[in-house]
Every structure is written in structure tokens, then in C-alpha cells.
Design a protein around this ligand. Sequence first.
Ligand SMILES: Cc1ncc(C[n+]2csc(CCOP(=O)(O)OP(=O)(O)O)c2C)c(N)n1
Ligand SMILES: [Mg+2]
Length: 606
Amino acid sequence: MDTNIGALNSCKPPCNDVGSPPNGAAAAIQGTAPAHAAVSPPDATMGRHLARRLVQIGVTDVFSVPGDFNLTLLDHLIAEPGLNLIGCCNELNAGYAADGYARARGVGACVVTFTVGGLSVLNAIAGAYSENLPVVCIVGGPNSNDYGTNRVLHHTIGLPDFSQELRCFQTVTCFQAVVNNLEDAHELIDTAISTALKESKPVYISIGCNLPATPHPTFSREPVPFALSPKLTNQMGLEAAVEAAADFLNKAVKPVMVGGPKLRVAKACEAFVELADAGGYAVAVMPSAKGLVPEHHPHFIGTYWGAVSTAFCAEIVESADAYLFAGPIFNDYSSVGYSLLLKKEKAIILQPDRVVIGNGPAFGCVLMKDFLRALSKRLKRNTTAYENYHRIFVPDGHPLKCEPKEPLRVNVLFKHIQDMLSSESAVIAETGDSWFNCQKLKLPRGCGYEFQMQYGSIGWSVGATLGYAQAVPEKRVIACIGDGSFQVTAQDVSTMLRCGQNTIIFLINNGGYTIEVEIHDGPYNVIKNWNYTGLVEAIHNGEGKCWTAKVFYEEELIEAIKTATGPKKDCLCFIEVIAHKDDTSKELLEWGSRVSAANSRPPNPQ
Ligand SMILES: Cc1ncc(C[n+]2csc(CCOP(=O)(O)OP(=O)(O)O)c2C)c(N)n1
Ligand SMILES: [Mg+2]
């Protein structure tokens, strides 16, 4: 412990002598003055390096909340002409925004302050991990001189332990860089960023608050752009896997293909379509992969989600004698409480670098996209499953319409949202009944679609909408958000307004946590009603372009959509839709009972 309590000079300065022992004894190579003092141009700083790196990898917007530990770093990010710093209302939303941004751009970044900010953004980073999104989470950390001392820092839990935040991030990031000296800062930062891109997962970079502005020779030139060595397929494994898969599929009578969420991380969406074109198979998508498989494909048969699949899809998938699942995740939700009627011996399961055929054999080091491409040259065309689907398919019945002054029904709302979709739009679906209602939207070619099905953290969509809209300004984002979820993260509508975004938010006010009601009801599922349009008006506060409407009836909805897509098309449009608390999708009713059954399985006898 310091003898001089709280005195700055009781800390040893950082040692710049290469290889010098900690006690300061003479070392083989010595620098009498800090090495950077003589040779480094004034802008050869770590702050600039990090800013340049972000721009190089395609990040032009960084979501942040300032704090004294990151202010100098933020100065450097602002100084970079290619970077736009977007201040968010809280760190959770900054993290969600980086997640939404990464979905559209391939990578995202956020900057927060030590521990108070770090622990707030953690949930968003865990979500990005679950969805395989490379998000660079940068934390302004302690002064480098304080490492190794017994000091207690503000914004921490009051222990002289700087590793608490780091330990929290270890389980939700694929690499952690604690940059507390300039000697290896260049290497640590570059390794962190390239690992995020290679693994398609978030990384944590903590930057000592006194380091971003100090010149150092390692930053004396423009960073050489990353050239990441691509992952390669083992050719012999590929040939064997394709041989076995072709045998398996070519003898099936009515094979189908189902796209899963890991198509994104495997970068295999196009190869999946190539296989579908070549094989002529019926093509379905898992709910968590919506948006990754083109729904305008001539053999598309809908969303496969067991008992809550879109019409006629489950029947075709489950009755097939062979199915190829590309990048699936079968969790309790996507398997509808473990109730899928699939058999492993009928399945080929592709993971990003692995192929498993039936109950075996399995082939490792085979990249999904290479496998799909090679297999497409070996498949016999077989359109039987698609023809069966086509034969049994009954188109929707009467067009939905509410009677005049009949309270608006959610199905009618989504019929109108369907009509708004085009290649210039993107749908963001929040956890809740919006999952099921949005799942049934038929996406036109080029229409984006995002939701967070693996992690399912309510409130995600507000930040993700902010980030996604910022990443793709040419698209109009349509966000479908339940009232309960909106209450978690509503503040960052403020940031959308500041950024001049023209998103349309449909706030579905059904008075509570309806999805939870259908799993297990209780008084805790009723929430306090807010005046949501009033709240957004208050956030707007006369600054920025904003338009709100509260709709009770279909006619009002039609009018609101007309205004939002016409005279108010440059505004952030917030449409609060009043719905009955029991107005749920039929899929939620079915899914809720099955998930409830899975949750309430009694303990096995010991
Ligand atoms: C951070 C977090 N807390 C709690 C939950 C549990 N949860 C899942 S959905 C939900 C309610 C969503 O309500 P709302 O947004 O109004 O959608 P609705 O079901 O009414 O359509 C809750 C509380 C969660 N998924 N994430
Ligand atoms: Mg609700």
C-alpha cells in the first residue's frame, strides 16, 4: 500500500526500457529517455491508430457514452475525419446500436467508461456474442500508472482490483486486450480487432485513460490495412463429405433444405441459394434465420418452426425423408419446447466448418460455403417436396378487414405493415409477440430483417434500430416493438432524432408482457400504461424531425401510414397502436403452451 495516501508521486512511472527488470537494475538494452520522445511525430498516437483502424474495417459510426476514463480517447475518435461519434443515452443502448450496426455493416463499435459503463454494456455484448456479431467494445480504463498499485478507483466496486470488469467480459467476448502501456498497444489493438473479424464475435479493448494522446514510435506510420488470412477447407475432407452427402440425398424421395442462423457467420447465404437452384428442393428457413434466405425464391415454402411454422411448411419438412439443415441452432425456443418432429438419421447438419450426415459420419474442417457449392454440382434435381407443398397449399382466405370503429386487430396491423415492405425497407422485430407476427411477413427481395432470437433481450430493438438505420441510411427501417420492451430502452429515440433518422416505429400497446402471459400468467405481466406518443413528443422537445400518432382503428392506421410514408417520410414516425391485451398471434398461443410445458418439467428422480 502507498505510504503517502492518495499522493500521485507515490506511483512509479512506467518503465520504457526494453526488457528492464522491474527493480530498475541495468538491462541489456537501455533507453535513457522515453523512446517515443525523440522520434515520434505528434500525431503518432494510439488514439489516432485506433480511430484509423476502425475506419479501415468499415466502421464509420461509433456509439458511445463519455466518462472521464475515455474522454481523451473520444477526442481522438472525433478528430478522425472518417468517424462519426454518436452519443447515446446509456451504454446498454450504445451496445445494442453497435449490434444493429454490425448486422448491416459486418462490424460495429462502441466506447464506454470503466466499470460503470462496462457493466452496463455487458448485456448487449453478450447478445452480440450469441448472434455471432463482431462488435469492438472499447472501454476507457484506469491510468496506466495505477496498475499494480493498491489504489481504489472511482466507478469500481471499491476494491483495488482492476480485473473485475475484465473478468465479466471474458465470458462474452472472444478476445480481451488490456492496453496499459504503449509498447504493446499497437499489437494488442490489432490482435483484438482482427480476432473479432475472424471469429465473428465481440472483443473487449480496455485503453488506459492516459495513453491515447501520447506519441509513440509504434504508431509513426499509417496502419497497414488488415489482410486476414481466410479459413481454408480441407480438400480431402470436402470431397469425402460431398460424396457421402450426395449419396444420402440422391436416394431420398422428397428431400428439403432448411436455412439456419449460422448461414450469416458462415457467409454461406449465396451458396445456400446456389444449392437450392441446383437441387430444386423445397426451401424453408428457421425462424432465427429469417432474412438470410430469400423468400422470393421460387421453391420457398416458409418458416419451419415445428408446430408454429407458417402454413404447410412443417408438414412438408417433417414428412421429408431427408433434410439438409444449414447452420441451425436448435434451442428450447426454436424447437418449440423440444417438440420438433425431426429425426437425426434423416438429417444432414451443416455447421460453419463441419458436416454431419445422419447419425454419422462427420467431416471437420469443411467450410459450409465450399461444401454447398461443391454439393450443388453433385445433386440430382428433385422437386418432389416443393411440388407436394404447391399441391396442398391453400392461399389465405378472405382479405382481413376491421369493421368501421371495430378496435384494430393485430393481424390487420401486420397486413398493413406487409404492404409497406420493399427492397428499400428493413424490419426490426423485438422479442415478444412481434417475433411471431413479423415472422409471418413475406419479405420482398432486398428487404432487410433482423431480430435477436437466441438471446431475446427485451429492449434490444430500440438500440439495434438506431444502429441499423445509421448503417444503412438508404433503407427505411420499420421497427415493431411491444410496450414492455420499449419501456426498457425508450430513451434512445432521442439519439435517432439527433441523427435525423426517419425510422417508422410501431409501438404495440397491449398493456403488458403478452408473450409471458402465454407462457405463464400472473399479475407481474401487467405493466403501467404510459402515454407513449406523449413520451416521444417530450423526448423530441421541438428539436429534430418527429411525428407521432396514436391509433385505435384501422382507418386511423391507414391514415397514419399514409402520412408516415408521404408528407412525413423524412421524419422519425412513431405510431402507437392500441391493441387488446388478448389479441395475440395464434402461433404465440401454441408456442407458449409448449415452452411452458418444457419449462415446467419436474426434476428427474435422483
Ligand atoms: C432483458 C429481459 N428481461 C426480461 C425478459 C423476459 N421477457 C421476455 S418477453 C417479455 C415481455 C415483452 O413484452 P412486450 O414488449 O410488451 O411484448 P408483447 O409480448 O406484449 O408482444 C419479457 C419480460 C427478457 N426477454 N429480457
Ligand atoms: Mg406488450
